[in-house]
Design a protein around this ligand. Structure first.
Ligand SMILES: [Zn+2]
Length: 150
């Protein structure tokens, strides 16, 4: 058996990238990480390319990219001679998503600020925060859009 490449275990890969072992296994199960080689005892062994791949996924996740976008980005990365317009489009879609979340958060901020400013202190029975929670008609917004986590 030739050992040209450096190989590492899932534990060390996890430590090196800050990605939990269960998450690494999950990425493998959805085909994002490729199938690792196995040692004679059946232990998963990762090469430098796997480390780079997982770091890429981790970084993209930190930036809030959804799994499907990450999959596409990795496929595009494998075609270095192609136009990068598709990559640009994916990043722009993500920016739109982030802005949408910001708008939703801004609306929630305003609603909560108003509820709090309406509360004049006093007794629970006349608390405007509770009366607003009891009656959506007192809200500014017709509907509340709860921002989904990125
Ligand atoms: Zn409401």
């Amino acid at each position: 058996m030739t050992q040209r490449k450096t190989r590492t275990t899932i534990g060390r890969l996890s430590k090196a990238t800050g990605v939990k072992i269960t998450t690494i296994r999950y990425y493998e199960s959805i085909g994002l990480m490729g199938t690792p080689d196995r040692s004679e005892s059946g232990q998963r062994l990762y090469d430098d390319e796997s480390i780079q791949r997982l770091s890429f996924i981790r970084h993209a996740r930190d930036l809030g990219f959804p799994m499907e976008a990450i999959r596409n980005l990795m496929e595009l990365q494998a075609q270095p001679d192609q136009d990068c317009a598709n990559i640009d489009a994916i990043a722009r879609t993500q920016l739109t998503e982030v802005r949408k979340r910001l708008d939703q958060l801004k609306a929630l901020e305003n609603e909560l600020k108003r509820m709090i400013s309406c509360c004049e202190g006093g007794r629970v029975e006349t608390c405007r925060i509770l009366s607003t929670l009891n009656d959506h008609d007192e809200c500014i917004a017709d509907v509340h859009e709860r921002p989904m986590s990125l």
